[in-house]
Design a binder for this molecule. Structure first.
Ligand code: NAD
Length: 511
């Protein structure tokens, strides 16, 4: 939602504005356009965020381009030293960053701290940049000739991030991008923009020179300018599939390197031999954690054979014990959804699913906080007897709703998962090692869990889905992140003695 004019509270007082970060300082927007930032636990606008104009984006890009030559020439050891300092400052300020996440996203404090912990792992990986950027050397590739490969940064790179991980996903990108010697422009989600600004301040304190890391706040206007700006070399994106497709198509058409991670519909296949309690605990944790607003959340349980009844009963019994409340309350396990509009969309599937023939086992609309209408709360929900044609299966709900599809066999379950257009994560729960190994071989998903419901790779592997969950060739962070943010240069070199050369117009025939 874009607004123009002066942001004010309902009582008329001026609202706090979240500005840009350009050239190493906070810069107030001048476009006159801004958007609301809600406190999802109370359901009111808490502040506003400036929306950049094309001219403001151009100013950010100019700042990042001007900073690039000096940053790429900064020694690996100096960049490493700065990265260590960033890592330590993020850790030292994790409670403050987490408070922003809870205030604007709504996630509970323990979950926000977990998000930062995973971000720290990515920064720790980036601290190994001297090793990660090592090239290769072939001595005497031909007589007296050496060939070697070096990796160099791309230039100015942009990251466009979603609302659900306002700290971790930017870190996935900027840790490696800066380590490799690029300058970086972050366009955070307009729903929860404050954590990005705090991180910008920490980066400056760590010694990142002005212009090397920038934050441009905004909406489609800012994004589309980044996608077409000739000085942007590469774009990393994480968000929903329709926007990921738009980013990929537009930025590649403009000659940029792109990795665009999209939405998901993650399945958990439960075989009859699975430990019911373990599977139910995993389904509840992975389905309702962060109110289901995780790209790796379990959305659909695929129950094989006679495991369905006891498994659904075990999940149903756990649902009332999921404590829903404000993210700041240490007793809360699940906070509100990010906006009223999103909450209403999620709740609409609880309406449509029974109409389409499913069974609503637990209805989150009955939760007292949802009924009270204060904040964007919705209780944990469970829908059984879902089939592949129903809206609650076809769409990415991105809320605290677990759907269950019953199948007769393992083969039927894998066919269902592989036919789904998304391919982010997929998990199997079984006590049978052979079945687990077969699943890892057969399933069409980028990240696979065996008795692990949310198989987010550790920072020294890379993160990415298949099918409509990723557009582009390289996964994010880890070794593929380094590959994404650098390009190879191969040097062929010889130092012959003077007087030993002759003219030869042919291709070399001798070795
Ligand atoms: P979103 O696609 O609405 O927004 C993502 C970013 O794109 C934001 O910065 C937003 O400002 C920008 N944007 C939105 N509409 C745009 C438009 N029309 N043109 C240009 N830019 C636009 O996603 P979201 O709602 O913020 O995040 C939730 C989605 O992200 C879910 O689909 C979730 O699965 C996905 N996600 C995926 C991963 C992954 O790793 N695959 C990780 C986290 C989230």
């Amino acid at each position: 939602m874009t607004q123009v004019g002066e942001p004010r509270t309902e009582a008329g007082a001026a609202l706090e504005r979240v500005p840009h970060w350009i050239g190493g300082a906070r810069v107030a927007g001048r476009s006159g356009r801004f958007g609301p930032v809600y406190d999802p636990a109370v359901g009111a606008i808490a502040r506003t965020v400036d929306f950049a104009s094309v001219e403001e984006v151009d100013a950010v890009v100019a700042s990042a381009a001007a900073a690039f030559p000096a940053w790429r020439a900064t020694s690996l050891s100096k960049r490493t030293e700065i990265l260590f300092r960033i890592r330590n400052l993020v850790e030292a300020h994790r409670t403050e960053i987490a408070a922003h996440l809870t205030a604007e996203h709504g996630k509970v404090t323990s979950d926000a701290l977990g998000e930062i912990a995973r971000g720290l792992e990515n920064l720790e990986f980036a601290c190994g940049i001297p090793t990660l950027m090592k090239g290769g050397f072939s001595e005497q590739a031909s007589t007296g000739v050496d060939v070697y490969q070096i990796r160099q940064p791309l230039g100015v790179v942009a990251g466009i991030t979603p609302f659900n991980f306002p700290a971790m996903v930017p870190i996935w990108m900027f840790g490696n991008a800066l380590a490799c010697g690029n300058t970086f422009i972050l366009k955070p989600s307009e729903k929860d923009p404050s954590a990005a600004l705090l991180m910008a301040e920490l980066l400056a304190e760590a010694g990142v020179p002005a212009g090397v890391f920038n934050v441009v706040q905004g909406d489609r206007v800012a994004v589309d300018r980044l996608l077409e700006h000739p000085a942007i070399a590469a774009v990393s994106f994480v968000g929903s599939t329709p926007i990921a497709r738009h980013i990929y198509e537009t930025a590649t058409r403009n000659g940029k390197r792109v990795q665009a991670l999209g939405g998901a519909k993650n399945h958990m296949l439960v075989l009859p031999d699975a430990d019911i309690d373990m599977a139910a605990d995993a389904a509840v944790s992975a389905g309702y954690g962060s109110a289901g607003e995780r790209c790796m959340a379990i959305a659909t349980i695929v129950a094989v054979g006679d495991v369905a009844d006891p498994l659904i009963e075990a999940i149903r019994a756990r649902v009332p014990r999921v404590t829903v409340g404000p993210g700041t309350d240490p007793a809360s396990q699940m906070g509100p959804l990010v906006t009223r509009q999103h909450m209403e969309k999620v709740a609409s599937y609880l309406e449509s699913a029974p109409r389409q023939g499913a069974t609503l086992v637990a209805d989150g609309r009955e939760h007292p906080l949802h009924r009270a209408g204060v904040g964007f709360f919705l209780g944990a929900s469970l829908i059984d007897h879902v089939d592949a044609g129903m809206d609650c299966y076809r769409d990415e709900i991105f809320g605290p709703v677990l759907t269950v599809i019953r199948v007769r066999t393992y083969e039927e379950g894998v066919r269902l998962i592989n036919a789904n257009p998304y391919g982010n994560g997929a998990a199997i729960f079984t006590r049978d090692g052979g079945a687990g190994r077969r699943f890892q071989f057969e399933v069409n998903a980028g990240m696979v869990g065996i008795n692990v419901p949310i198989p987010v790779p550790v920072a020294y592997y890379s993160f990415g889905g298949w099918k409509a969950s990723l557009f582009g060739d390289l996964h994010m962070y880890g070794p593929e992140g380094i590959q994404f943010y650098t390009r190879a240069k191969v040097v062929t070199s010889r130092w012959p003695d003077p007087g030993t050369s002759s003219v030869d117009l042919g291709f070399p025939r001798t070795r």
